[in-house]
Each structure stands twice: as C-alpha cells, then as structure tokens.
Design a binder for this molecule. Structure first.
Ligand SMILES: Cc1ncc(COP(=O)(O)O)c(C=O)c1O
Length: 429
C-alpha cells in the first residue's frame, strides 16, 4: 500500500501560499482520488514517475501532453546540458532558433514561416491577432480549448473576470457539425475559425476539408489549434494525417518533451505582418534551452517507426477499453473518447450516482494499480505492451466496480477515497 506523507505535508504547505497548489489547473490534487494520489513528483524515467515519497507510477498523463519521447531522455538531456553551458536567454538569438525555424517549416505542411513563444495560449492568441489584422474583422469562431487568454476563455464556462465586450467577440461552434459552423459564419463577420482538428473520436469524413471551404467562402482565416494534436499523431500534426492545411497553426505541449516552447506557424503573408506592426513578442520567445530540447525531440519523433509504435500501443488500449465497456455492459454510462494516440473514457451518471461518482471509482482504481492518468491518456515512446496490460487490467477492475456500484445504486464499500472534483470541461464527448 502506497503512502504519501511527504506529498501531503507539502500540499498542506503549498495550499497556504499558492491557489490550487498546482500551477496548471488540471494537475491540482482536486482532480485525483483523495488518499490514493501523490501531489509531488521527484523524478521521471521514460514513462514512469517517482513521487517524493518514493512511490513509482506508470505515467499515462505525460504532464498533460508535453512528454512525447519520455522523461529523462538522454538525447534531450544532452542537447539541453550543452546549451545550459552556453546560455539560456541571451542578448542575441541563438543559432538553434534558425535551425528550429527551418525544421518546423520543413515538417509542418502549412508552415512557410514560424514565430516561437512559450505556452500554447500564446501561440493561439498570436494566430487570432494575425487573422484579425489581416481580415480587418474582429469576430472569432472557436471549437475546443485554446488557452487562458480573454478572447478564448471568455467563451467558456470559466469566463469570470473577462469583460463582456471581449466575450461578445468569440462564439463557440460545434465540432463535426457543418451546419452550425455555416450558420455562425453567416451571423458574424468572422476573422478566424479556430478549432482543435481532432476532438472526440476525430473528424467525420471530409469534415476538415469542408470547414476550410466554408471558412474561405465567408472570407475568414482558418487556424488549427494543434497544441494537443501536434506531435502526438504524426510529425506534421493533424494537417498531415487528414491532408487539410490551415492558414495558421498553433503548436505547444509536445514540441520540447517538457521544455516550454510553443509556436505559431503558417502562411508567409500572415506571419510577415509581424514585421509590419502586428505585435507578437515575448521576452523568452527565443530562449535557447527549450529550443535545444525541441530540436533533439523532433529528431527522435522523426525516426522511422515512432508514430507506428504510438499508434500500435494506442490501438491496443482503445480497443481494450471498448471491449471492457462491452464486457460489463456499461455503454450507457461509459464511452471511449478520442483516437488511439490520445484517448480515454467519458463518464455519465446512473440512478443516484453522478458522473463524478463513476469517475471517482475509476480514478481510485487506476491509482491503486499504480497508474497516473486523467480520464484521457497520453503516450510516449516508452509505453509498451507491458504498460498497456497494466492499464487494461486496472480498467477491467475499475469497470467491474462501476458495474457493482450501478447494480447496487451505491458507492458503499466501493469508493474508499475522496471524490474527484469536476475539471474544466472540454468538448470531448
Ligand atoms: C488544444 C489546446 N490549445 C491550447 C492550450 C493552451 O496551452 P497552454 O496551457 O500551454 O497555454 C491547451 C492546453 O491544454 C490545449 O489543450
């Protein structure tokens, strides 16, 4: 039985001085089953993490996406250390910036030019600003989550603190629903259509192509938010997988195997506006350690077989989850959501059990099996069939307990740990 004395003591200290006791919303203790999860990590190795109490977990969360090749990856470490010994941020650019910009333009279908920033939200925000400047319009249509900035979070449920005047400039549209998109394109003078190209179980046949046609028909700019899909499905992102290139793309998360780097890339005439007064600039945009990490990461992602491996493990997991949903006849409360490379379970309530009750049983059980994961997994190069088996065994037990709870319409004797809290709900089902 794992214990978490040191983690719990740190959590108590941090809660007094830092809200949520985590700098990323979805990494907070609130979203893990209380009593079964650590809060603080000591180190990572491949697809494993070790908490501050010395407990070992298989990490199917990958830091919410950034760890694409693995923790403590020797080639990335080597590149980083080499650059650490030179400089991090400098008064001039590093040579790495040239190399990385050329690399992005080589591997990303829509990229003629690129601008580096730090977080995914910096990149999506830059894309929106470029689109607004180019079209001379203000309105944005969005589908998915695009970061914490006012223009996007204002259109979500978490809009407290965003002025109404800003909120009025962004409208959500429904993924995989072309009629909804066209209706909203007719209702507003739209600068940009921005979407996560892969949501739920992926785009319907021809959907992305038609989104592009509609966007152009109404004179708007198409932006793919590939902060999640980028570097997880294919080297060239969803635009490579589905053969549809946007005008602009935002990348983040997986670019640097955990080092902070993101980018907006796309058509030259759009990016060139940065030379003509469209302001996209950050102090740390050219910080060189993350660039060294990113170049080393991309070199690994480029190796033949990398994405075949991710796809193979993901396919085992995805089909294994569905088989177990069928086995326990849980199709009315559980659904597989996502494509094999990044996928998981969506929960509904049943009888007197809320969806959070059901999710809490799942969360508790997989933690007991030594797995750190949100409801949806990310994979890196080190996940193998061995880890997939642990995952599916844990899933099997979790689903059998969910079945039991539903049959008895009770959590008694089943949910031992605390309930998880609702997370920021993305458009995932
Ligand atoms: C699709 C998508 N876009 C943008 C963002 C924002 O990225 P960041 O948190 O790095 O600003 C996220 C973060 O989860 C994301 O999932």
């Amino acid at each position: 039985m794992k214990t978490f004395e040191k983690s719990n003591a740190l959590l108590e200290r941090e809660l007094k001085v830092s809200p949520l006791a985590a700098q990323t919303y979805s990494k907070s203790y609130r979203y893990f089953s209380k009593g079964f999860a650590p809060s603080y990590m000591d180190h990572g190795e491949g697809c494993y993490i070790y908490d501050v109490d010395g407990n070992k977990f298989i990490d199917f969360m990958c830091a919410l996406g950034p760890i694409t090749v693995g923790y403590n990856e020797p080639a990335v470490n080597e590149a980083v250390i080499k650059q650490v010994n030179k400089f991090a941020s400098g008064s001039l650019q590093s040579e790495l910036e040239v190399e990385l910009a050329e690399k992005i333009c080589e591997i990303i279908p829509c990229a003629e030019m690129v601008r580096f920033v730090k977080n995914g939200g910096d990149a999506t925000t830059a894309a929106i600003r470029l689109a607004r400047a180019y079209t001379g319009r203000d309105h944005v249509l969005m589908s998915g989550y695009h970061g914490m900035q006012d223009w996007s979070i204002g259109a979500s449920n978490n809009h407290k603190g965003v002025p109404d005047a800003v909120r009025a400039l962004t409208t959500n549209f429904t993924y995989n629903d072309l009629d909804d998109l066209e209706k909203k394109l007719q209702e507003h003078k739209v600068a940009a259509v921005i979407l996560e190209p892969i949501q739920s179980s992926g785009p319907k046949e021809g959907y992305l192509k038609r989104v592009k046609e509609l966007t152009y028909k109404y004179g708007a700019i198409l932006v793919f938010d590939e902060v999640v899909s980028g570097f997880h499905y294919a080297l060239g992102g969803a635009q490579e997988v589905f053969g549809v290139s946007p005008d602009l793309v935002a990348f983040g998360k997986g670019m640097g195997n955990g080092y902070p780097i993101s980018a907006v890339a796309g058509r030259k005439d759009l990016l060139k506006q940065i030379e003509e007064g469209v302001f996209v600039s950050t102090t740390f945009g050219g910080e060189s350690i993350a660039m060294a990490a990113s170049l080393a990461t991309l070199k690994i992602l480029e190796q033949p077989g990398f994405y075949e491996h991710i796809n193979k493990i993901g396919t085992i997991l995805r089909s294994g989850i569905q088989e177990r949903i069928d086995k326990y006849e849980l199709n009315d409360v559980l659904a597989v959501t996502g494509m094999p490379q990044h996928c998981g379970v969506a929960f509904d309530g049943h009888g007197s059990l809320s969806y959070l009750d059901v999710q809490s049983i799942y969360s508790q059980t997989i933690l007991q099996h030594g797995i750190i994961q949100f409801a949806i997994y990310f994979l890196n190069a080190h996940h193998t069939e061995k880890e997939a088996k642990v995952y599916l065994d844990a899933t099997d037990e979790a689903f059998s307990l969910i079945r039991k709870a539903i049959d008895s319409d009770s959590l008694e004797g089943i949910l031992i740990g605390g309930k998880v809290n609702p997370v920021f709900k993305r458009n995932i089902k």
